[in-house]
Design a protein around this ligand. Sequence first.
Ligand SMILES: [Zn+2]
Length: 144
Amino acid sequence: MLPEDKLALFRVAQWTLDNKRKLVKTVRELAGTEENYLIVIREIDRVEAQLRRARFLHAEATLTLVDWLTTLEYFRWLCAYCEAKPFQVMSHFTLLPRGGTTPDNCVPACYSCGRYRKTENVRVQEYLDSVKCRLESTQLLKND
Ligand SMILES: [Zn+2]
C-alpha cells in the first residue's frame, strides 16, 4: 500500500472518531480512491460488528478504527500469528467476553490461525502488552 493511501485510511479513521454518523459521501471523499474507500468501509464494518458482539456479551468495547488500522499497519496487514498469509479475520487474543473488543486484545489473523488459536505467540503477546502500556499511560495523563 502506498504511503498516501495509508494516510487516506487514517484520515477517514480519525474523522470517524469525531463523527458518529458515518456519511458515505464524506468517507468516500476522505478515502480519495475507490480502492481506499472499499478497504476503509470493510474495516469500519468489521470493527463495528466486533464492538456489537462485545456489547452483546457485556464485554469491554473500546476498539476504534484508528486503533485497528494502527494494529493492521504494525502487522503489515498480514496474519499476526503466521506472519505469512494476508489477514482475513479479527482475532480476539483473549476470548470474548473476558478479553473484550479492545485495542489490546484484537489482532489480524488468517482463517486457519484464527480458528486454531495460538495464545502462546510471543510476538503477538508483546505487541498487545505494548498497546496496553500505551493505553495506561494515556489514561494516567488524562487523570492528572
Ligand atoms: Zn495465519
